[in-house]
Design a protein around this ligand. Sequence first.
Ligand SMILES: NC(=O)c1ccc[n+]([C@@H]2O[C@H](COP(=O)([O-])OP(=O)(O)OC[C@H]3O[C@@H](n4cnc5c(N)ncnc54)[C@H](O)[C@@H]3O)[C@@H](O)[C@H]2O)c1
Length: 386
Amino acid sequence: MSRRVIRFGVIGCGLMGKEFASAAARWLHLEGVEFEPRIVAVCDANPAASEWFQRQVPSVERVYSDYKQLLADPDVEAVYCAVPHNLHAQIYVDIISAGKHLLGEKPFGIDKEANERINEALAAHPEVVVRCSSEFPFFPGAQQIIQWVGEGKFGRIIEVEAGFWHSSDLDPTKPINWKRRIATNGEYGCMGDLGMHVLHLPMRFGWKPNSVRALLSKIVSERPDGKGDTVPCETWDNAILACDVKTRDQQFPMVLSTKRIAPGHANTWFLRIQGTEMSAEYSTKNPKQVSSLPYSPGKQQAWHTVDVPYKSAYGTITGGIFEFGFSDSILQMWAAFCDELVNGKAGMRQPFFCATPEEALGSHLLFTAALESERTGQTAAIDWRD
Ligand SMILES: NC(=O)c1ccc[n+]([C@@H]2O[C@H](COP(=O)([O-])OP(=O)(O)OC[C@H]3O[C@@H](n4cnc5c(N)ncnc54)[C@H](O)[C@@H]3O)[C@@H](O)[C@H]2O)c1
């Protein structure tokens, strides 16, 4: 089968830029896909970061230190951009205006105003495919829950809980980095950093919060600066958002949480749905296991926990008896982005497409309201026509 090669440029060669390089290098893991990404150009402001690509990624032909040079490169048709949040708006707008397709990292702008600038550029360039990075829904356990929601298995929703929890910031000796500063990470703090992961599926299911009461905490107030001093730690460490969801035919509470300081948790992404006809839970803490509790009136209430097989959205060489992990979810997300880029949303080989700019906008409406709720101590309304 001849494959359609998509020529990518990477802007931001740090942690996530490398994850994309690893996924692209492991493309042979996928079966039955007729498209593949090829990273031909990279750009980072720090030469040490792009040097890694020069050493490790043989397809890289050009290395730039100014992203505008990469955007002027006619050989680059699509861009992955993984830079600090304060740079999202300007660089994403320039990528879109250059007519390049974009998979951009969350939160898609440091704040709501930055996100609006990106959406304005997108409105002026509907020809480019623009998606927001969010990989956890590609875990087979999450895919199972997506299928159940699509089939309406839950009956009337009683309540929903979703979260993304980390614990590395529990260590007060961990030096500060850009993700703990308002100027680079944004006032949203842990919500901007982790929140799109939590909101992706609720948004996809149409569960838009009507209002939010936020409890935001700053737990570690200062950190070493790595140069012998301590500096204030400015961003919110943890957020608990109590949301009231109103859909066309249902109303239910949804509690979303993003935590940098959740003792014992490392990259724990979870979703719990309780319904009158079925309840279900999935957490990457036990990545193989999905629990469900089907219910018929008067019958027993019993949880069933199964080890879900390695059954990913896109087929792979891995046998069903093996385990799925973080880097597999990144590979699946990239397959979905490349599939949509080549075949269009309607022609994709499987139906689950990457997070959209509209879904990212939804996260900004919620987080902006959450900041207002924290300031006033009141519940804040969210106007989805905004
Ligand atoms: N999807 C996920 O699971 C996930 C995980 C971590 C981070 N992220 C997101 O990815 C993005 C980047 O995070 P990271 O952890 O890779 O950060 P990082 O600090 O490891 O990498 C960012 C890179 O951007 C470079 N950079 C800074 N300014 C630049 C400029 N003007 N031009 C080009 N390069 C520039 C830096 O030198 C650095 O190499 C953020 O939006 C973050 O929220 C996503």
